[in-house]
Design a protein around this ligand. Structure first.
Ligand code: SF4
Ligand code: SF4
Length: 70
């Protein structure tokens, strides 16, 4: 269990910026929306939150608990 950035998929335009710039490749586009497909690889750098032009990502590291989907 860990914490990862939360994405507001309603705001995500599928621009792909976060997919390109995520240093650990934790994010991929799935059906036109950015999904953190490898949350275990996220290093909480917060780059995706800073770069998202649609303000679709919020890195609520301290309050969001994400259950493993494995
Ligand atoms: S940078 Fe934002 S709008 Fe672009 S794909 Fe990622 S979450 Fe979606
Ligand atoms: S916080 Fe950093 S490592 Fe995690 S998904 Fe965003 S860009 Fe990738």
């Amino acid at each position: 269990m860990g914490t990862i950035p939360e994405k507001d998929l309603a705001k995500c335009t599928g621009c792909g910026d976060c997919v390109v710039l995520c240093p650990t490749n934790a994010v991929e586009l799935v059906k036109g929306k950015a999904i953190i497909v490898r949350p275990q690889d996220c290093n909480y750098c917060t780059d995706c939150e800073a770069l998202c032009p649609s303000d679709a990502i919020k890195c609520f590291f301290e309050i969001i608990l994400v259950k493993s989907h494995s």
